[in-house]
Design a protein around this ligand. Structure first.
Ligand code: HEC
Length: 312
């Protein structure tokens, strides 16, 4: 088991292990993290170290509710991982999504945001004083660098930690949710308390050929919010979508969903209202990727994925 997990860690390209952090584990404790007050989406005041970190396994990310590109994918990805971790959430594993736009992101805004992603137990959406949040960002190595826009250039990775054992690492939000759940649930610390039935070996097969770029992109960038024929997620079920919409419209929606909404496209506007005002994120895909995705959706529709649009 140990060997297969380390092989899997070695195989995961986007993963950045904070070995420096590991070596300095002893310092990543009460004396390292600022114990600043934060406010939850329920309006409760908590201390960053005492209440949120001490003795816990945590996943921390930085978001803001008005974000139109990376954060919706991060949040949807965490919602998937949350479902995989099941009843361990809120027991020994906690997620913290901290706003980097704390003036606009009031607890009420964060609560509405949490609800639109159906965030479950053990997942807090936090706001606070800007300076305090900056201090946390800095300690986690997630502060904006000089010349970067502190909102739009923020890092899209998760910080995953086990405060008790002093293990800290960073992982990409585009990673496979089964893999993330395995890392958070199994790898960080104790091996006895594995998530039953959620072994990494059971994760869906990766697409066989590298030529299957569309399938790969769909799995890593879209599947957190969309299924094809398995019902609505955060976004609509995409089964049949290439039959009911024009290719050009789909290309626009996939490449520049924010602009579709901004220019008042009637379908995009109606969908935005229907899907709890979650923004379909602009994932900055180039033409090649958009075409690969369209090809994938068309192939799935041709292969007869049923449900979704056809049933509407
Ligand atoms: C964070 C969640 C999220 C991610 C990630 C996401 N979408 Fe969406 N998508 C939505 C939502 C929500 C809508 C509904 C429109 C809106 O609210 O903006 C939508 C709408 C769509 C539509 C229009 C559906 C229709 O019925 O016409 C298409 C097509 C689509 N998305 C494709 C994609 C593709 C392809 C990807 C991956 C590259 C992707 N989406 C990634 C949330 C997401």
């Amino acid at each position: 088991m140990r060997r297969s997990i380390s092989a899997m860690i070695a195989a995961a390209a986007p993963l950045v292990l904070l070995y420096a952090g590991l070596a300095r584990a002893a310092t990543w404790g009460a004396n390292y993290f600022p114990n600043v007050p934060l406010t939850t989406q329920e309006g409760k005041t908590v201390r960053f170290y005492d209440d949120l970190l001490k003795g816990k396994r945590v996943v921390i990310d930085f978001i803001y509710t008005k974000c139109g590109d990376s954060c919706p994918l991060e949040t949807a990805r965490l919602a998937q991982v949350h479902r995989l971790l099941g009843d361990r959430m809120g027991r020994d594993i906690f997620f913290y999504s901290i706003s980097i736009d704390p003036v606009r992101d009031t607890p009420a805004e964060l609560k509405a945001y949490a609800e639109s992603y159906r965030a479950g137990p053990g997942w807090l959406f936090l706001t606070g004083k800007k300076a305090d949040i900056e201090a946390i960002r800095k300690k986690l190595g997630q502060a904006a660098r000089a010349g970067e826009n502190e909102l739009t250039d923020h890092s899209t990775s998760f910080t995953i930690g086990n405060e008790a054992t002093g293990q800290w690492m960073r992982d990409s939000s585009t990673d496979d949710p089964h893999y993330l759940a395995a890392i958070i649930g199994d790898w960080m610390g104790d091996w006895k308390n594995r998530v039953p039935g959620q072994s990494y070996a059971e994760k869906p097969e990766l697409p066989a050929s590298a030529a299957d770029r569309g399938a790969n992109l769909f799995r890593t960038r879209c599947a957190a919010c969309h299924s094809i024929g398995e019902g609505d997620g955060v976004g609509p079920d995409l089964a049949g979508v290439t039959r009911v919409r024009k290719r050009e419209w789909l290309a626009g929606m996939i490449a520049l969903p924010n602009e579709m909404l901004a220019k008042g496209d009637p379908i995009a506007t109606a969908l935005f209202a229907q899907y709890r005002q979650v923004r379909m994120p602009n994932l900055r895909l180039g033409d090649v990727d958009v075409n690969a995705l369209l090809g994938y959706l068309e192939a799935r529709d041709a292969a007869g994925a049923s449900g979704g649009k056809d049933g509407k």
